[in-house]
Design a protein around this ligand. Sequence first.
Ligand SMILES: Cc1cc2nc3c(=O)[nH]c(=O)nc-3n(C[C@H](O)[C@H](O)[C@H](O)COP(=O)(O)O)c2cc1C
Length: 308
Amino acid sequence: MKKEEFPKIKGKLILAPMAGVTNVAFRILCKKLGAGICYTEFFHTDALQKGNVFDVVKEERPVVTQIFGNDENKLYEAAKSLVGKTDVVDLNIGCPAPKVIGLGSGAALLKDLKKVESILKKLSTLNIPISCKIRLGVNEKNIVALELAKIADKYCCAIAVHARTLEQGYSGKADWSYIKKIKESVSISVIGNGDIDKVEDVKRMIDQTGCDYVMVGRRAMKDPFFFRRVNHYLKTGIILPEESFEEKMKLLLEYLKLCKKYDCFEVNNFKFLFVQFSRGYKNSSKLRVEVSKIKNVEELLHKIKELC
Ligand SMILES: Cc1cc2nc3c(=O)[nH]c(=O)nc-3n(C[C@H](O)[C@H](O)[C@H](O)COP(=O)(O)O)c2cc1C
């Protein structure tokens, strides 16, 4: 079976899939600031079949669309519906949310590698590159990452490894040594993920693990400028200062414009990003309390414009 390739991208950085965050507007912003490729939020197979959640646009491609589910045929149909509309279809094998696991999908698949193999094998018959994003295993006594990577090596173009177990959730530290072991044992692209917070962390992960790409989640959610600073560091060795609060607020207004353009504006999402973007700046906690009380979009915009 011919294995399709992961798209050629600029640089080493990838925006992680984040539900409620990586909509089309956020992806375009991150790409402009230096992410080589972005993952969509995850889409359940049933939602995709209804046809109203898919939000990829031409301007942002290449892009990776993530799907989740448990039913092999539904996953196949969902992926098939994406052929020609996206560049890679990624299977979620790591989401720890109880609702997702309860459906036997996401990280629940870590318990059934035979099923994973069967799903990936079927998906790989489609005319589109397939990838997967995994966690290490259910817990430290049941690490399956290497076995899973060997399966992915047969059917996928890339594997993204969030180097934590399901039981860890987001606590503890990501164990990058597994990313290294996986990189040494497969021939597909390996994307390291977990705990990238400082500009230097990206180089540290590449040096320690040999991974092909580095995926950034929470840090990018707070600060899409991160991609630009990391690329500058990788090129020059110079760490630029973080952008000012005003610049962050201007970026939020740019995000708003994109939301309007692509019809994906939601007030709660916008408030959530305000909270994320404002973290770490002087007096920002007071501001966040003020903003949390705002109910109407105009008032919110007025407040942000005042801050620019
Ligand atoms: C708000 C939020 C939503 C997320 N949604 C998804 C998702 O839809 N699919 C997925 O594979 N991972 C999801 N993740 C996990 C991230 O993609 C990433 O693996 C994780 O945050 C670790 O990377 P980081 O340390 O750079 O944040 C989500 C994480 C966050 C914080």
